[in-house]
Design a protein around this ligand. Structure first.
Ligand SMILES: [Zn+2]
Length: 233
């Protein structure tokens, strides 16, 4: 059938069965390549929101993955967003936003904390790659944040590595509210931790200027492991 000059779509639909999935990915790569760079942070944010909606609705297009696309990236990159996320294996940033190679500059560290080397990587993306958006993404059920909540309760076994992480998270946590369940407290701590990271980023030298001029938009979000949806704060 291939020799008769039929397209892949014709072959796949020839038996009366439409198989759109592989074609969607192939078509999307050339279509998406034509999408212009976002004009500002709001447009970049919208692109992430649309990507997460596709992911959560199982409509991912897996664009920007082909060998041809990757060849275009060998000598240059122009990611449209910088993302600080958690190292948690259940929160792979490109996948939850349905983005591909070259789209996102990602820093992942347990608890999406602000530490000196994190700042260096984020600074590179903002100053050198000029991404118009910086997004901090926390997630429900974060182990690092849970450890910080447990430490506040005096219920964390001391482990030097974890303690160092906890020390970075604790200053941003809300005061314990006894009326809340542990799950509610962790949820609230996850959101507070995203805002804490955002606050620290906003206070970095040079940040005020790029944020106030609108050159960079700083945003926060929380990913829900159960639904696959990102809630933007
Ligand atoms: Zn986490």
């Amino acid at each position: 059938m291939w020799e008769n000059g039929l397209t892949r779509r014709e072959v796949l639909t020839g038996a009366g069965v439409t198989v759109a999935l592989p074609l969607a990915g192939l078509a999307a790569d050339s279509d998406v390549a034509k999408v212009p760079f976002p004009k500002d942070g709001a447009e970049a944010l919208l692109r992430l929101k649309e990507g997460n909606a596709r992911f959560a609705d199982s409509m991912t297009r897996h664009a920007h993955e082909s060998a041809n696309w990757r060849k275009q990236l060998v000598s240059t990159q122009k990611p449209f967003a910088t993302i600080l996320g958690c190292s948690d294996s259940r929160v792979p940033v490109e996948l939850i936003f349905d983005q591909g190679f070259g789209d996102l500059f990602v820093v992942r560290v347990a608890g999406n904390v602000i530490a000196p080397d994190v700042v260096g990587s984020l600074g590179y993306a903002i100053e050198h790659l000029e991404t118009p958006l910086v997004l901090v993404v926390g997630h429900r059920g974060c182990g690092a944040v849970t450890a910080a909540v447990q430490a506040m309760d005096g219920k964390l076994d001391p482990l030097p590595g974890v303690n160092a992480l906890v020390e970075l998270i604790t200053p941003g946590l809300p005061k314990p509210k006894p009326e809340l369940s542990l799950e509610q407290r962790i949820d609230s701590a996850v959101e507070a931790n995203v805002q804490w990271s955002m606050m620290q980023l906003a206070k970095l030298p040079g940040a005020k200027k790029v944020l106030e001029s609108g050159q960079v938009t700083l945003a926060g979000a929380v990913y829900d492991l159960a639904t696959g949806r990102v809630r933007f704060l």
